[in-house]
Each structure stands twice: as C-alpha cells, then as structure tokens.
Design a binder for this molecule. Structure first.
Ligand code: A3P
Length: 297
C-alpha cells in the first residue's frame, strides 16, 4: 500500500505514550515501535533543533572517508531516514525507507529515550545524542515552526516560551529529553555530544565521533570534513540545507533551515524578564542532574 503523502497543514499535537507528537507522526506509531534495527545500525538522536543535521553530515562524511561527492548522492533524509517520519517529507515513511536499505544504516530520531524502539538497546546499536542549550534550542525551534507549515502553529513568542517550559511542543519536554539520554548514556554506550562543544572546537568533536565509530582517518581527511561541515558550507549545500523539501512544507522565505548556527543567539530574542523566569524554572527542572550546558562562550 502506498504511504500517505498528503501534506498536513499546521498539524495538531497528539499524545503518544504521554509525549506530544504532530498528528501525522503519531498516526502510524505502532510501525515505529515495531521497527527492529540491525546491530550494525547507527542512531543519531536529539531534541529538535539541536544540531542533528550537522552530526548526520559529519557521520556520513566519516563513513565515506571525507568524499564530498559520495555525500551528495542524495538528500540527508534519504541517506539517513528520519525513523518516525510520515511519508510527506520523503514520499515514504522513515520506516519504509529504512526497510529498503541494507544495514549498516544511519538513521535519525527525535524520540525521547523511552519511545525509541527497544530493539536499538537489545541490539546494542551505537547511538550519538546531540544536545544544545535550552535557550538557543527554544529560539531555533520557534523559527523552525514558523517555516514548517506542516507542523503545529507556533503562536506568539511569549506563549511559545511558556509552551517550551511546560513541554507542550512536538517531542515533548526538552528537559526530560536531555535528562533521559544523559542518565542512560553509560549503560547504553551513547556518545553524548554538545552543540556548543562542536562550535567551540569542531575538529576535536569530529575526532571524537570518528573514534566512537571505530574509524581512523588521516589528518587531511579530518580537516576536509571539518571544512565541509562549517555552517557556511552546509548552508549552501542543497543536500543538507533542506531546500529539497517543497516550499508548501518548509517555506524557507519565512526562515532558513540553516538560520544562524550560533551559540548565544537567544540574547537577541529573550528579554531580561523572560530570561530570568526561564532560568528560575530551569533550575527547578534540572537541579537533580549536572549536565554541563553552556548558553554562551
Ligand atoms: P539555528 O536555527 O539556531 O540556526 P537540527 O538539524 O537538529 O534541526 O538543528 C538545526 C540547527 O542547527 C539550526 O540552528 C541550524 O542552523 C544549526 N546547524 C546546522 N548545521 C550547522 C553547522 N554546520 N554549524 C552550526 N550550526 C548548524
């Protein structure tokens, strides 16, 4: 049966096992839960807008010895299917695309730890989690939701901040998401990365990913990968900048997918009062864990 490719307009959120997902992502969730990966498959996981695409492109380049042409063989969502995605993004659902590929496959998910199909952990699949500080994630998500016409309407900025703090956005609470993977990282051998570390020293982080993947590439190849994955280069690369998604779904005249790629951009959007309220709430939600996020350099 062909996948339903109807483009939803401003989908509503529907709870799946307590986690709000856009309705079209929630629809066939049983097929996602039943997906069983191969032990050689790699999962790139994150809360939305944390630098997922950046990590995916680095991983693909590492797996192809830094060969830019190989990594332009297809758009990033065809190279690394989005596990829980419905069909309107890529003509096929994420699960359908994955089933057409032979392992080892690389796939992306935004699912919180407890919703990831259990087969990933039973099969001890390698998993890279990338986390970004809450305030920059909030701003990036707000702009993304404006241009993603298939997803929920973000509404006004002030209300959006409240929704973020209450975990009422797609894929749920940022706070629970990062805590969920952080607490499991050692037991599950998850490579836990920070967006801010990537910005600070991309070469160090590329080398860390390389080691996690049990690869050993030359210094020249590593340098090339760092250069190919700068924000400026990825912004111009049609295989990763999401211009391959039709304007009826991602209207990049509203906001580019590759928007700013900065640390500390939140200062341009949160007022002093909003920032103070956010910080107070953050302390309460994050006090039991010590995850070393940086909101600026
Ligand atoms: P901004 O909206 O702050 O610019 P994801 O891939 O998880 O959806 O995350 C998207 C965010 O990562 C966007 O943030 C995007 O610009 C940023 N990003 C993507 N590639 C990047 C790169 N090479 N360097 C820095 N930031 C990057």
């Amino acid at each position: 049966m062909p996948d339903d490719q109807t483009v939803p307009h401003r989908a509503l959120l529907v709870p799946v096992k307590g986690i709000p997902l856009p309705a079209h992502f929630a629809k066939d969730f049983d097929a996602v839960s039943a997906f069983c990966p191969h032990p050689s498959d790699l999962l790139v996981a994150s809360y939305p807008k944390s630098g997922t695409t950046w990590i995916q492109e680095i991983v693909d380049l590492l797996l192809h010895n830094g060969d830019a042409e190989s990594c332009r063989r297809a758009s990033i969502i065809k190279r690394n299917p989005f596990l829980e995605a419905p069909a309107h993004l890529c003509q096929r659902t994420g699960v359908a695309l994955l089933k057409e590929m032979d392992p080892p496959r690389v796939m992306k998910t935004h699912l919180p730890f407890q919703l990831v199909p259990v087969g990933f952990w039973e099969n001890k699949c390698k998993t890279i989690y990338v986390a970004r500080n809450a305030k920059d994630t909030l701003v990036s998500y707000y702009y993304f939701q404006q241009m993603n016409l298939s997803g929920p309407e973000p509404g006004p900025w002030e209300g959006y901040i409240q929704k973020f703090m209450r975990g009422q956005l797609g894929w749920g609470s940022w706070y629970d998401h990062v805590k969920g993977y952080w607490e499991e990282r050692e037991k599950r051998n998850i490579l836990f990365l920070f967006y801010e570390d990537m910005k600070e020293n991309p070469r160090r982080e590329v080398e860390q990913i390389m080691k996690y993947l049990d690869l050993s590439l030359s210094d020249d190849v590593i340098s090339r990968i760092v250069e190919l994955t700068t924000f400026e280069n990825m912004k111009e690369n049609p295989m990763v900048n999401y211009t391959f998604i039709p304007k009826t779904v991602f209207d990049q005249s509203i906001s580019r997918f590759m928007r700013k790629g900065d640390v500390g951009d939140w200062k341009n959007y949160l007022t002093a009062e909003q920032s103070a309220e956010f910080d107070e709430d953050y302390e309460k939600k994050m006090k039991q864990v010590n995850i070393p996020f940086r909101t600026q350099f």
